[in-house]
Design a protein around this ligand. Sequence first.
Ligand code: EPU
Length: 357
Amino acid sequence: MTDGGTGELCIREFVPLRNYTTLGVGGPARYFVCVTAVDQLPAALDEALRRSLPVLILGGGSNLVVSDRGFPGFVVQIGLRGIETSGPGLVTAAAGEEWDRLVAWSVERGLAGIENLSGIPGSVGGTPIQNVGAYGQEVSETIESVRAFDRSAGCIRDVPARDCGFGYRASRFNTADRDRFVVLGVTFQLREDGRVNITYPDLASRFPAGTMPCVDEVRRAVMEIRAAKAMLLDPAVPDSRSAGSFFRNPVLSLESFAELENRAASTGRLEPGEVIPRYPADGGRLKVPAAWLIERAGFRKGQRQGRVGISNRHTLALVNLGGATSDEIIAMMKQIQTGVELIFGLRLQPEPVFVGF
Ligand code: EPU
């Protein structure tokens, strides 16, 4: 992996961040440096400290909403690359490696465990932070350990998965220890037997019952599903200019879910005989699709407000229709939150990270 000697840091100024996010929104970074070797990182962090500036660690920018006013601090882009094996199914990827390149690399070698996460934009380093998940798989199921620079101790640590505090779209890295660690690399324990999990309804319906597809077939199916929902980055598909899911799916206790059912029924939001879609979640709770709540609160796919819209293909994605401002994104986010809360009494929580607000 590219963690060789320290090179000279190349610090740039007033770099437009919109070019580094999939949503394509955001003003300039006061300072911007790309770290391509591990031992450049402490030097970059020291530079920020010397100027008493806040630091933003930038990965693939696929889960970021950056303010039009930009970030008045020090952006450190993680440009570490490389994929290595160190034992049967044991794969380590550097944080700056493109996530989907790692998935393709693993699938090519018949290794199972991350194929359902095909086509997700962003870099490897971002995946443990929000415990990326899709189609019935989460990275926490295969992560063995996370190598990170501990900013409070000034040293590199290997954090085993059991100490990462993984939950739905959560880990210690975005909760209790937010901003403490900079992820440098992730080690995955993948399965050499190639056994796949296709229980997620969208995926199961692609294969005849009782068949066991290979990892490559599952990857191809996931890519097709994501393409149909404009969840694959493609400059030719305007609906893909988004930060992916803009809201988390609410996870409710059985009691809160019963309340939600009552509200849905009493406000006439259910078709005759219809039940609210739900998925099992940790602790006997239920996960409810935010997209369903948004639609039943009266919003629709393709709805526009200025230069921002709800994706034509998936209600959970807000799309930059061209030249959108961050204020327009926030205005639409709030409108959706208020609309859903008014009907269902639930406040949807945004999923992306907000910078410079
Ligand atoms: N639905 C709608 N309208 C839509 C889309 C979905 O009502 O336009 C409802 C339907 O009831 C559908 C259900 O939502 O059955 C689930 O839809 P989908 O399978 O597309 O998944 P999701 O819950 O909307 C989550 C993740 C996605 C991930 C998919 C697939 C979150 C916040 N989002 O979305 O992750 O790709 O499952 O597993 O958990 C992301 O985090 O950025 C992301 C794209």
